[in-house]
Each structure stands twice: as structure tokens, then as C-alpha cells.
Ligand binder design. Structure first.
Ligand code: AMP
Ligand code: ZN
Length: 493
């Protein structure tokens, strides 16, 4: 029997605005599509947070025994700047600035993306399709949309007729926007567009002569519109109706709204049963974003080489920090927050690393199965990782009590405790085991403490030459030993 048969997961569905019970379309199988990165620059930690939220969801569903097909695309065909229908494509622009091929840009930042995700211990998705590898599927989709009279061609470009669509459908069903308000709020840029209405969006754009990334199509040599690739790739690999579609909150409109419109126009249905949106990572109280310059790259946070944080942090500490917030809450990245998470993370690791030394008792003074179900309940409640972590800390306290002989567990209960702690911490939250001494500064402290000990031994043996040598050599390296009445401490300059 699979674990999922015992657990009922509630998922917050952005479409209904409510938590709903996860009932996969096909029992035992979950299809999940998540919008991937546009590979024209290094990913920042905000991007990492969104992908980490879905990595945790993927991990939990797999843990429960679901067969999950997780599709996360690579956007390599180039969105236009400001994600609008006009302007230069971001990948081409970067390629032009660096005088290299657009596909070199794509390659470089795809590799960077994978390296970053590996550092944070992500599981690879089941399929990672690229937009440029699915141009034919996108052209087919446009042809169907035109045939169904929801798309029109002008000057080699094809647009989606939002007004026509809205007569029989609800454009705004996901983002809760009204077309009338959108019309009211759109500023028409004179002569810049040959669309029938400013709200219409591009399905295909004719390429200007300078545009490098281009493909032949029935309408022109050009490139697909921004929203089309996800519609083409999600339904290709997951079918015309699949379980979960995710992405960052900022993609709800227009990207996901347009995905629904394209699917309904082509196939008559919203393909998604549960729409999920992960909330934003902030820095200095504002959304982390490449375009505003308010961002920090993973490498800078890991090494400490940045102007914002006091030091570098272990990737699992950063992951723990992110998991201490619900994926649906805004999270502000601060030094104080990371330091608190660092303490918490090592406390949890100490508890886990102490599990093997615990001696079983004849009775249990703690209800382990009730605690275990509480861990599942937290995850079943829309993947509430902060509550889960609170339960893991509770068992951390228990470990200490058992060590101090203030609590006891039978060997069966001890085994359940171990398995559960390990499963939730490593398999589901995706943390990697570490001890405080894995950090560079702590290794240094340990090495100096060892030298202090050797110096004391030397003095006890009246080997003053050795004792002075240790003191002087350390001083030459900027490490001062201070002898006090409670022993020797050290300071660095
Ligand atoms: P992009 O490469 O811009 O398409 O972004 C890739 C993913 O990162 C999308 O799902 C975005 O919603 C998400 N994202 C962008 N900025 C942030 C942020 N500050 N916090 C969380 N997720 C973000
Ligand atoms: Zn997408």
C-alpha cells in the first residue's frame, strides 16, 4: 500500500482561491508543470526560491509514493524586453552586447542554472524541455487557434484576439482581472503595434532583419510569442488535462492567464486542475528582481562576497531559511533571518546526528506515532513547511531529554523517530547533513584551540621554546593568544 492512500493533501488552488483536496486525474500519478527560467543571465535567489518550493512539493509527492512526472522548461527562445510584444529579445540583446551567438548565451546560463540547483540539492525534473526544441508544436497550436477564429494574422505576425475570446470566455478568470479595467488602464503607443486591440498578445512575431533567433513559419520568418511555449510543452508531455501547473506569483498575469486562453481557444478547456503560485523573495523590503538591480546571486550569498550580508552561508542553511516560510508567504532575505536559520539548522542537525547514540528504554514517555502524523498533517495542509519544522524541533527537544534521562522511547518508537526525522529533513525538505565545524571559520577555531592545547602541554612539560614558538607563529599570522585566569582565548585582527 502506498503512503498517499493514508494522507489527504489540501492544495491552495489559485484559480478557485481555496484549498482543495488533491485528487489526481489518474490515481497514483501526478503531472506537474512549472515555468522554468529564461536563460539570458544568472538566476538570482528569488528564482531559486520559486523552484525550491516546487522541488519540495515534488519531493513530498514522491515520498508519498505518487509517480510524479515533473516538467520544468527552459525558456531559450527569448522573451521580448519587459515581457511586452515590442522591443528586443533578451537573449539576442545579451548576445549582441557580448558579440557571441544567442545559443552561447543559452548554453552558459543553462549550465549556471543547473549548477546553482545542484548546489541547493534539487532533484532534477523528469523532463526539461526547451522552447526552441518545440517550435513545430507551437506553430501547430497557432494554426488551431487561427482555425478556431481566436487568432489573426497581420503583416506576418499572429495575435490572439482577447476581445473575441472574452465574449464567450472569461479573460481574467485566474488573475481576477476584468477586461474592461485592462482596457481602461492600457496606454496606447501610437503606431507601434498592428494589433486590433492593445490587450491582444502575440502568438507569432515576424522577425526584424536584425533579429537573429528566427524560424520559418506559414506567416513569416519569426519567433513564437512568450506564452505559447508553456502551452505547447505542458500539454505535449502531460496531456490536455493535467494536475498541477506552477510558477512564481508574478507569472499569474499575463503569462498563466494567456496560457488558459490559448488552451481554451485551441482545445476548449483549461488544461490545469490545480494552479499553484509561489510567493516572492524580497530584499530590502522590495521584490528581488534582475531588472531593478535589487537582487543577490546565489554564489555571492554562499561566499559572503556581497555588500548586504555579514558572511557566507551554507546552501542547506539558505534552504532551511526558505523552508521556514510557507511557499505562499512573501519572504524577506535578511542577515538576521539567515543567522537565526543557521542556528536552527545546526540545532536540528545536532539532534539528528545524536539519534544513533540514543539508548532505547522499556517504555515510551512520548507518543511518536501522533507526532509523526502531525508532521504529515503539516505537509498535507498545503505543504506547510514552517509547521513541519516546528514539529521537527519538538523531536529535537525530545532527543535531548532522552540523552539526559528525562524521557525514554522503546526501540520500536526510537526507530520510527529516526526514520521520520530523516525522511522529512533530508528527503522532503531536501536539506543536507552538516555540522557546525563544516564552516571555514569553525574549522579555524578548532585548529587554533588545538594549538592552544598543544602549547599548554608544552608548558606543562617545561618546553618553553615550543610554547613561545606556537604563540609567536600564530601572532605572525594575525592570531593573538590571550592568557587569562580562566585559560587561554584567542583573537584575530
Ligand atoms: P524568469 O526567468 O524571470 O522567468 O523567472 C523564473 C521564475 O522565478 C519564475 O517562476 C518567476 O516567477 C520566479 N521569480 C522571479 N523573481 C522572483 C522573486 N523575487 N521571488 C520568487 N520568485 C521569483
Ligand atoms: Zn510558462
Amino acid at each position: 500500500m502506498q503512503l498517499y492512500q493514508d494522507q489527504t493533501i489540501q492544495i491552495y488552488n489559485s484559480l478557485s482561491g481555496k484549498k482543495e483536496i488533491l485528487k489526481p486525474i489518474e490515481t497514483g500519478y501526478v503531472g506537474m508543470y512549472v515555468c522554468g527560467p529564461t536563460v539570458y543571465s544568472n538566476v538570482h535567489l528569488g528564482n531559486v526560491r520559486t523552484f525550491m518550493s516546487f522541488d519540495m512539493i515534488f519531493r513530498y509527492l514522491k515520498h508519498l509514493g505518487y509517480k510524479v512526472r515533473y516538467v520544468r522548461n527552459i525558456t531559450d527562445a527569448g522573451h521580448l524586453e519587459n515581457d511586452a510584444d515590442v522591443g528586443e529579445d533578451k537573449i539576442t540583446k545579451k548576445a549582441r552586447l557580448e558579440a557571441i551567438e544567442p545559443m552561447e548565451i543559452v548554453q552558459r546560463y543553462t549550465v549556471d542554472f543547473h549548477n546553482v540547483l545542484n548546489t541547493f540539492n534539487f532533484l532534477p525534473p523528469s523532463i526539461e524541455p526547451t522552447a526552441t526544441g518545440h517550435i513545430i508544436e507551437q506553430i501547430n497550436l497557432i494554426q488551431t487557434i487561427i482555425k478556431n477564429d481566436f487568432g489573426y494574422e497581420i503583416n506576418g505576425s499572429v495575435y490572439f484576439d482577447v476581445h473575441k475570446y472574452n465574449q464567450t470566455n472569461d479573460y481574467g478568470i485566474l488573475s481576477k482581472r476584468k477586461l474592461e479595467d485592462l482596457i481602461h488602464n492600457t496606454r496606447e503607443l501610437d503606431g507601434q503595434s498592428d494589433k486590433r486591440n492593445p490587450q491582444d498578445f502575440a502568438l507569432w512575431k515576424r522577425a526584424e532583419p536584425t533579429h537573429i533567433m528566427r524560424w520559418p513559419s506559414p506567416w513569416s520568418d519569426g519567433f513564437p510569442g512568450w506564452h505559447l511555449e508553456c502551452t505547447a510543452m505542458s500539454t505535449k508531455y502531460l496531456g490536455d488535462f493535467f494536475d498541477i501547473h506552477g510558477g512564481g506569483m508574478d507569472l499569474k498575469f499575463p503569462h498563466h492567464e494567456c496560457e488558459i486562453a490559448q488552451n481554451k481557444a485551441a482545445k476548449g478547456q483549461d488544461p490545469v486542475k490545480y494552479w499553484m503560485h509561489a510567493n516572492m523573495l524580497e530584499l530590502n523590503g522590495a521584490r528581488m528582481s534582475k531588472s531593478t538591480g535589487n537582487y543577490i546571486n546565489p554564489a555571492e550569498l554562499l561566499s559572503g562576497e556581497n555588500d548586504i550580508m555579514s558572511k557566507g552561508y551554507n546552501p542547506s542553511v539558505i534552504r532551511f531559511f526558505m523552508m521556514q516560510a510557507s511557499y505562499r508567504s512573501v519572504l524577506d532575505l535578511t542577515d538576521a533571518g539567515l543567522e537565526a536559520s543557521e542556528k536552527g539548522f545546526y540545532r536540528l542537525m545536532d539532534a539528528i546526528n545524536g539519534l544513533d547514540d540514543l539508548k532505547a528504554g522499556t517504555t515510551s514517555t512520548f507518543n511518536v506515532s501522533e507526532w509523526k502524523q502531525k508532521c504529515y498533517d503539516a505537509m498535507n495542509d498545503d505543504f506547510n513547511t514552517p509547521i513541519l519544522i516546528a514539529h521537527l524541533f519538538e523531536s529535537g527537544k525530545l532527543v535531548n531529554q532522552i540523552k539526559d534521562n528525562n524521557a525514554s522511547l522503546t526501540s520500536e518508537d526510537l526507530e520510527v523517530l529516526k526514520q521520520t526525522m530523516n525522511a522529512f529533513t533530508f528527503d522532503i525538505l531536501g536539506l543536507e547533513n552538516a555540522t557546525k565545524s563544516d564552516t571555514g571559520t569553525d574549522k579555524l577555531s578548532e585548529a587554533v584551540e588545538l594549538l592552544i592545547q598543544l602549547r599548554q602541554d608544552a608548558r606543562a612539560n617545561k618546553d618553553f621554546a615550543m610554547s613561545d614558538k606556537i604563540r609567536n607563529e600564530l601572532a605572525a599570522k594575525g592570531i593573538q593568544l590571550n592568557d587569562g585566569k580562566d585559560g587561554t582565548t584567542f583573537s584575530t585582527n
